[in-house]
Design a protein around this ligand. Structure first.
Ligand SMILES: Nc1ncnc2c1ncn2[C@@H]1O[C@H](COP(=O)(O)OP(=O)(O)O)[C@@H](O)[C@H]1O
Ligand SMILES: [Mg+2]
Length: 306
């Protein structure tokens, strides 16, 4: 049985059977990211409480949850932009919490990140945006860069639009350019923060197809945080649900869709009746403080966030 299946049962909190820290990520190679007992607070507000789960390698995992439940915070904790008060995160078996900055930067290079707003440079063409991480972090010649940019642009269907500025194309195209940029350094893990945000349902469906194609083509681990259930059903192999600071469930798509947990059932069905209150479902656009934004600028690799 795979490590993440041992560690997490679908019912109850996934902290009841706790693997030896780090073992899941290194023993059998199944988990590429292992999140162990992570607690993150801002002042008296505990956003993540004792969150534990493993992200299986080479698959698509989605973490869902109402707005304001800490999904973006979790993503930032995983790449070392925010430091949890408790817990550890192993990436390919290596701890990221409390290690030297130099090691955080090295580990972070395994990630490509597609931030919530696409985060393209507005004054650069799509071509230059996609080329940016290559120019910034490699010594490749322009000819080589061009070949890579064209290859990724073709994958996301943007070859004919590369000369345009982000402001001249649709939101869907900006997301695709963000995806191409997240792919150019060939990261082993791609993180997506609400890839569907700001897109109409047809564009979301199109982007989901693209996410699936890109996952198959790259073989990378895709980790998506979102509250779009339809989108999760189209793309995810594994899924978890964050609710009131806790990870209430984590499992394969089949396990989750057949769960009898009332929170999971309500969330997946998008129903008004159940343990999740109206305010929690409706809450949106939680505006994080300045502190949440500033560290993003430090992400150098494939995620320039401007
Ligand atoms: N840097 C920060 N300082 C204070 N509070 C923050 C910060 N970043 C996020 N938060 C708070 O943490 C909670 C979770 O935020 P977030 O992870 O952005 O939610 P979401 O699940 O919608 O992505 C929110 O209440 C938000 O206001
Ligand atoms: Mg968010």
């Amino acid at each position: 049985m795979a490590s993440w299946q041992r560690a997490h049962t679908i019912t109850g909190l996934p902290t009841q059977e706790v693997p030896v820290p780090g073992r899941a990520a290194s023993a059998d190679g199944d988990a590429i990211i292992s999140i162990q007992h992570v607690t993150k607070s801002f002042g008296s507000h505990t956003v993540l409480r004792d969150v534990t789960f493993d992200v299986p390698r080479g698959k698509t995992t989605a973490i869902m949850g109402p707005s304001g439940t800490g999904k973006s915070v979790m993503l930032k904790v995983i790449i070392g932009l925010l430091k949890p008060e408790q817990g550890q995160i192993y990436v390919d078996g290596e701890p990221i919490v409390g290690v030297r900055e130099k090691d955080v930067f090295r580990i972070r290079r395994k990630f490509g990140v597609l931030f919530q707003d696409g985060a393209l440079f507005g004054s650069m063409s799509l071509y230059d945006n996609i080329a940016f991480p290559l120019r910034e972090h490699t010594s490749k010649a322009e000819r080589e860069i061009r070949a890579i940019v064209l290859q990724k642009a073709e994958l996301v269907g943007l070859v004919d639009h590369l000369a345009k500025l982000p402001g001249e194309v649709s939101g869907g195209m900006r997301k695709r350019a963000g995806l191409a940029r997240a792919l150019v350094l060939e990261p082993t893990i791609i993180l997506f923060d609400e890839p569907d945000s700001g897109l109409d349902p047809v564009r979301v469906a199109y982007l989901d197809d693209l996410v699936n194609t890109a996952q198959q083509e790259t073989g990378a681990t895709f980790f998506v945080i979102t509250h779009n259930i339809q989108s999760v059903m189209r793309t995810a192999d594994y899924m978890g649900l964050l609710f009131r600071s806790r990870l209430v469930a984590f499992g394969s798509k089949v396990e989750m869709t057949s769960s009898s947990d009332p929170i999971v059932k309500q969330f997946l069905a998008g129903q008004a009746e159940g343990p999740i209150g109206m305010d929690e479902m409706a809450e949106s656009d939680a505006v994080p403080g300045d502190g949440a934004r500033r560290p993003e600028a430090a992400v150098g690799v494939a995620s320039a966030d401007h």
